[in-house]
Design a binder for this molecule. Structure first.
Ligand code: ZN
Length: 406
């Protein structure tokens, strides 16, 4: 019933908006006023009040494990707001908001237990509106009965691209296809330090690196070209659809002070024991989970036997890619982690047929790394080192491919 209620708001609000739009008419993006917005506790429960300079269609629903309330809106500009500034609630464990799908924004609050929607209203305030939601605690049974994502064909996670295996290995006879994956984005900002956001940093570095690689004749695609949210599974699908010869995920995460500094290269391991690797993998997957992505199992696309055989061939190629990266980065005089090549259970590296590595450019938790990450001279040197590593790897890899074929 409550789920229906949430959907009803959407239906009521959507009709006049979509009907009223004239083709070609320019509509300004709705903006959140952070000074008149809050997520705060009340005597009975939780209040979410979002003041926006124009009314927007929205919908509310709950997700379980962990309990979350999700609010989707027609695109809202959150730029001036930070989750930390908006969140004044002891009942909220995590708050995130930002772009979710093209034309749509999402706010997710992880709750400290089961809640239900007591009321939802969008009164006009001045020339704009305020989305005003009241949540009250409820029983676990009631929550379980009402929680679930609404059906929405527009927002389905893209289907995994059909796979023709084995993908023909690159042998130097055509340009190398590199897919760069700027970590995080949209309502998942990644690590934050001061006004620095990992999602912005990885995107700007990926753009710079793409230019350097293209000048060397490589074909480069990015898994995201703006500050939007892309689920981990979709990032693999994008790489596969692009016919990637290699996949490089770019990050600059934060870990507790002292356990991580310097560039670090990660390969896939399903049972990595390193604590830092475990923390990072958990955090990356958690962002997807909290954002409300229904995880589909990419592995299902491939028959297990075929997958194992393919991985058998891909693993040493990935090992060599990681080794070349570590050598080139060290050779450029760039600071590396004392264990530069590590293993982690990163979902984004799970394509069995594409050599995939994740590069932590540095760690935002380290002040020295932070300084380097925003230094254009350092960034140019890092991009050039990556280019050199990829070029050398591709030449060796192609030679081996030709040998294997004979
Ligand atoms: Zn990251």
């Amino acid at each position: 019933m409550r789920r229906l209620l949430g959907m009803l708001f959407a239906a009521l609000m959507l009709a006049p908006m979509t009907g009223g739009l004239v083709a070609g008419e320019l509509t300004a993006l709705a903006r959140l006023d952070p000074t008149a917005s809050s997520v705060a506790d009340s005597a009975e429960g939780l209040g979410i009040d979002l003041t926006i300079d124009q009314p927007v269609p929205y919908r509310v629903f709950f997700l379980a494990d962990p309990p979350r309330v999700v609010v989707d809106f027609r695109e809202v500009e959150f730029a001036a707001a930070s989750p930390a500034a908006l969140d004044r609630s002891a009942r909220v464990r995590w708050l995130g908001f930002g772009p979710y799908r093209e034309g749509w924004s999402r706010l997710v609050a992880e709750l400290d237990g089961p809640y239900r929607l007591q009321s939802a209203a969008e009164p006009r305030v001045g020339g704009g509106a305020r989305i005003s939601l009241r949540l009250v605690p409820t029983s676990a049974e009631d929550f379980a009965a009402s929680a679930g994502a609404p059906e929405d064909p527009d927002w389905a996670v893209p289907e995994a691209a059909p796979v023709e295996l084995p993908k023909r290995r690159q042998d130097g006879s055509r340009p190398l296809v590199v897919v760069l994956d700027p970590g995080h984005g949209g309502l998942d900002p990644g690590a934050e330090a001061g006004n620095l956001r990992e999602a912005h940093l990885t995107l700007s570095f990926a753009r710079e690196l793409a230019e350097v690689l293209r000048r060397d004749g490589m074909i480069v695609e990015l898994t995201r070209g703006d500050d939007s949210f892309v689920p981990l599974e979709s990032r693999i699908s994008i790489a596969r659809a692009a016919g990637a010869d290699l996949f490089l995920s770019l990050h600059a995460d934060a870990l507790e002070e002292g356990i991580a500094t310097g560039a670090t290269i990660y390969k896939l391991a399903l049972d990595a024991s390193e604590r830092a690797a475990g923390l990072l993998a958990e955090r990356h997957d958690r962002a997807d989970l909290l954002a409300g992505v229904d995880l589909v199992n990419q592995d299902d696309v491939l028959a297990t036997v075929l997958m194992d055989m393919t991985r058998l061939e891909t693993t040493p190629r990935t090992d060599r890619l990681a080794a070349r990266l570590a050598e080139a980065i060290a050779g450029a005089g760039i600071r590396l982690h004392r264990h530069p090549v590590q293993e982690a259970a990163f979902s984004v590296l799970k394509a069995p047929d594409i050599p995939s590595v994740l590069l932590e450019l540095g760690f935002m938790s380290s002040p020295a790394d932070r300084e380097r990450l925003v230094d254009p001279v350092w960034r140019a040197a890092m991009a050039e080192a990556i280019r050199a590593a990829i070029a050398e790897w591709a030449a060796q890899d192609a030679a081996e491919a030709r040998l294997v074929r004979k």
